[in-house]
Design a protein around this ligand. Sequence first.
Ligand code: XLS
Ligand code: NI
Ligand code: NI
Length: 437
Amino acid sequence: MAYFPNLPKVSYAGTDSKGDFTFRYYNPDRVVLGKKMSEWLPFAMAWWHNLGAAGTDMFGGNTADKSFGQVPGTMEHAKAKVEAGFEFMQKLGVEYFCFHDVDLVPEGATVQETWDRLDEIADFIEEKMKQTGLKCLWGTANMFGAQRYMNGAGSSNSVDVYCCAAAQIKKALDLTVRFGGKGYVFWGGREGYETLLNTDVRFEQENIASLMTMARDYGRSIGFTGDFLIEPKPKEPMKHQYDFDAATAIGFLRQYGLDKDFKMNIEANHATLAGHTFQHELRVSAMNGMLGSIDANTGDYLLGWDTDEFPYDIYETTNAMLEVIRAGGLTGGFNFDAKNRRPSNTPEDMFHAYILGMDAFALGLLKAAELIEDGRLDGFRAERYSSWNTELGRAIREGKTDLASLAEHARTLEGWPNPGSGRQEYLQRVVNEVLFG
Ligand code: XLS
Ligand code: NI
Ligand code: NI
């Protein structure tokens, strides 16, 4: 059965293409800086937004039909979603998917009932994966939606809730391993607080660390060799989320000895909510050797919440791809944790959204590669630090100096030194020249 009968297989047709359902930049086999575009950009479909979200917001209900011909909340619907999702991925040339446990099946009345449903759907998904060659990028457990998680999961005040979280993680890890997933994600969900009046922050963070440690040990024991990932976010749903940003999450991982097994899953919209650029979060992760995966979306600079829009801004994708290229690529991929705007409510809109996002990152990759090949950015940066390529500079870098000898050097300078121009506007011109000719 075809769930998108009126929509074609989307393929690369070049920048002159006039067709609406073609890629202008995403050409999977094109080689950029020694690697195929499809290797630089392993795209993934987010099960929850693409097959689940139907437009409900705080002020109104569904605007899109995601029933796929079945009654939502049934296993028939769960299976229809699998079929629709695989058809969608095949038509778009998206090779991977990401899932939460409860994206796949409706939660049962008990842990065991949910597990049975998950086993049933996993058989079905595995079969589809075999038929199509499509793969799993990462799995995760939804430990924020159900009422029991209202005070958090790993940070819950209730030890029984904590164990329910452990049960969900265990099963989601089992599924991720079954599907050959490259990663397992912890997004903070409700790990944070509304008020310090009722919260023991240290106690909660220690418990989260223990849960992650047990998850790591269990995952490794069942043969999971991929990355565990933290997806930082500063707020929403909680007033304060513990995994505020990459720097905070990396500090937490180091404090609790988890930094060898965990990396970052950086979401663009979360970066801007934290008051950073997407590029900043990528840089902080990469320079710590922890750039794992990306949730490819974008926020709205005028709105203070996670709008999860499809990537659109080519400056942003270019800057992001500069970081990704310099890091040598991702161990994970680009998951479109993004949803159509509420009034974009047709199946065509789902296709336009993915074409927009994939082309935006493909163009960003091409432009970032051009900027690197152009050499002026890197050239200027190297020149800017060139005073360190001296005997003195090297001695400082190698820790062979002391404060008094540096002070003596400064004391014998003639006047005050001039560190030179930062050339920001010149560099911005270079970027525009490469972007627009
Ligand atoms: C929410 C997060 C979520 C994670 C997966 O803001 O982005 O969708 O990616 O739990
Ligand atoms: Ni996300
Ligand atoms: Ni998000």
